[in-house]
Design a protein around this ligand. Structure first.
Ligand code: CIR
Length: 292
């Protein structure tokens, strides 16, 4: 069996998650933090746990192994969104430096998990650089798209390029728009979710023209998320295999678009763990390895 880290859609083999129990910890932590972290409203701990259990079972349905982030007092409830603290490559993990200040302790917690599980580390983004995993997506084995956003700055991108330079990886910078400004969460993967070699879910009103053209040039079919499903995370779709998708329930039009092109779609209720904190299934997971 061959594996790759350079894919967003091959069969998921190993993934890092952080449970509600470990990230939200209890009602009190949620009460103390949700407003300052810009959540839409306070997630309910118990409902969140139930949602996460369903989500985790779906993740495992293709046989993926799970690594778990331990509880750590230094991190906030945002640590449930494991994708953002690291980037994976075939040459090792790049630990991020978070653009959202309250998330800065997260990569250190993940580093311990990677070391304990023999996942090698390629490097780390250092200040003044910032880079978050939600801004980074593989387009093919040798092309990594990186959103330049309020979370990912020029220095962070430069450091990532330097780390990848010895391996002939092309880093394609995608200039993201201001949208709702620095306090909002807006990553590349807020508007782009690849679900197969030649298929992606996109929200074109916020997709930079040159990037949209690049996707089309590559022969990608683009499924357009309708405006009314953007805030409910319709554009954030996780592939656990080619055309095998996990998404937040309630995005019926996007779900129908996916089914129409032959995707198998599983949904989870994600009010507490996704919608309120602005993090869909790609944000709740840090895929580490996929099966070719
Ligand atoms: N990759 C993602 O889009 N992650 C979502 C992170 C949501 C979290 N509340 C944050 O503001 O960072």
């Amino acid at each position: 069996m061959e594996y790759t880290c350079h894919s967003e859609y091959h069969e998921l083999d190993l993934v890092l998650i952080n449970s509600v129990a470990n990230a939200f910890v209890d009602e009190q932590k949620l009460k103390n933090q949700w407003k300052a972290l810009n959540y839409l409203s306070k997630p309910d701990f118990q409902k969140g746990e139930a949602e996460f259990n369903v989500f985790e079972k779906l993740l495992q349905s293709k046989g993926a192994s799970i690594l778990r982030q331990p509880q750590d007092a230094a991190v906030s409830i945002d640590a449930i969104y494991t994708r953002d603290a690291a980037i994976v490559t075939n040459f090792g993990v790049v630990l991020c430096r978070m653009g959202k200040e309250r998330r800065i302790p997260e990569p250190k917690v993940q580093e311990v998990v990677y070391k304990k599980n023999n996942v090698s580390i390629l490097g780390q983004i250092l200040a003044p650089g910032t880079l978050e995993g939600g801004d980074v997506a593989w387009l093919d084995e040798s092309t990594l798209a990186v959103g330049h956003s309020y979370r990912t700055n020029e220095d962070g991108i430069k450091q990532l390029k330097n780390l990848l330079a010895p391996f002939s990886i092309k880093v394609l910078v995608v200039e993201l728009p201001h949208y709702k400004g620095p306090s909002d969460v807006f990553h590349l993967m807020s508007v782009f979710s690849p679900v197969d070699k030649d298929l992606a879910v996109v929200y074109s009103p916020l997709l930079p023209i040159h990037f949209r053209k690049e996707l089309l040039k590559r022969g990608m079919e683009l499924l357009e998320v309708p405006e009314e499903e953007f805030n409910s995370m319709g554009c954030n779709v996780l592939a656990i295999g080619p055309r095998h998708c996990l998404m937040v329930a309630g995005n019926d039009k996007t779900e129908a678009l996916l089914r129409n092109v032959g995707c198998e779609v599983h949904t989870y209720v994600g009010e507490e763990i996704s919608v309120k904190g602005g993090g869909g299934p790609t944000c709740l997971t840090r895929p580490i390895r996929r099966r070719l």
